[in-house]
Design a protein around this ligand. Structure first.
Ligand code: PBG
Length: 327
């Protein structure tokens, strides 16, 4: 049968198949999120995220060494303080949990790159991501607190800060604060396009950061919107964001594609707790092949246009890349 174009010609030989791949993935683009809890001697399982752990600052290096051994270059740290208050004072305490963890981590496992999540929801008694003014999150009153928090992370050793609060103007506020203190070379990765998502459920269990009343729809984005995501990304770049992030990843691949094409800074995507938990649960129920599905999900994010993938599967993905399952 005459057929000039036969797509299968490029699929039959495995060497050729990998030669013509359109998307290459490598460990260099992986970031592993980790939880640090105030206290000592803690290494505990997280029920809502099977396979993930909470460490205290003194035990964190155990976990970090595994990350480094897997060949994952970077971690993103989330803090869980012992005490919370109205004004999130634990977030910018020079001796707060993230600050303590950073000092130890940078000394004991200096080969990793340290990114910190800058947000207040883990530190406020009400669980919202900013300062409250009569049950409403006050955008402008929150900015200096975020800026102080980012600065204290950098002073403790953070290589990059990642604000996730979704207040307007926070990237500029943080950039100014860092520059004034002489940290002109520390990049900001903005959670620029962050949707109000039920996929964060397991994380809020893990970090104890669920809002005590209401929800986050007054500051996080409505998931019906796409153009608004471009606006957010462009605004943050104009305010000095060095990288932008889209979050969640799996149900937002169209947004990753649009944002990565619209702005001239690297685009990260955060495959969030609910995405991880769903794959885990389905695998544990014997319904899917965990490694195969996790690989497919991860490659999809890179194919959509992300250069960086933040994922709870980072260590496993690194192993699967080494084995040549994906790459
Ligand atoms: C803090 C923050 C959240 C996540 C990252 N940073 C929770 C939220 O916004 O409620 C979610 C990450 C995940 O689900 O894995 N604001």
């Amino acid at each position: 049968m005459e057929m000039l174009t036969r797509p299968r010609r490029l699929r039959e030989n495995p060497l050729l198949r990998s030669m013509v791949r359109e998307t290459r993935v490598s460990k260099a683009g992986l970031v592993y999120p980790m939880f640090v809890r105030e206290g000592t001697g803690i290494v505990e399982d997280i029920d809502s995220l099977p396979g993930q752990k909470r460490y205290s600052p003194d035990t964190l290096a155990q976990g970090l060494i595994q990350v480094a051994r897997a060949g994952v270059p970077a971690v993103m740290l989330f803090g869980i303080p012992q005490h919370k208050d109205e004004c999130a004072s634990g977030a910018f305490d020079p001796d707060g949990v993230v600050q303590q963890a950073l000092r130890i981590a940078k000394k004991e496992v200096p080969q990793l790159y340290y990114i910190t999540d800058v947000c207040l929801c883990e530190y406020t008694s009400h669980g919202h991501c900013g300062m409250l003014e009569q049950n409403r999150v006050d955008n402008d009153a929150t900015l200096p607190v975020l800026a102080k928090t980012a600065l204290s992370h950098v002073q403790a050793g953070a290589d990059m800060v990642a604000p996730s609060d979704m207040m307007d103007g926070r990237v500029l506020a943080i950039r100014r604060q860092l520059d004034q203190a002489g940290y002109t070379g520390v990049p900001i990765m903005s959670y620029a396009v962050k949707y109000s998502s039920a996929f964060y459920g397991p994380f809020r269990e893990a970090a104890g950061s669920a809002p005590a009343f209401g929800d986050r729809r007054g500051y996080q984005m409505d998931y019906h919107n796409r153009v608004e995501g471009l606006k957010e990304a462009r605004l943050d770049v104009a305010e000095g964001a060095d990288l932008v992030m889209v979050k969640p990843a799996m149900s937002y691949l169209d947004i990753i594609r649009d944002v990565s094409q619209a702005v001239e800074v690297p685009c990260a995507a955060y495959s969030v707790s609910g995405e991880y938990a769903m794959i885990k649960a389905a695998a544990q129920a014997g319904l899917i092949d965990e490694a195969a599905v996790a690989c497919e999900a991860a490659v999809g994010v890179f194919r959509a246009g992300a250069q960086i993938l933040i994922t709870y599967y980072a260590k496993e993905l690194a192993g699967w890349i080494d084995e040549g399952r994906i790459g």
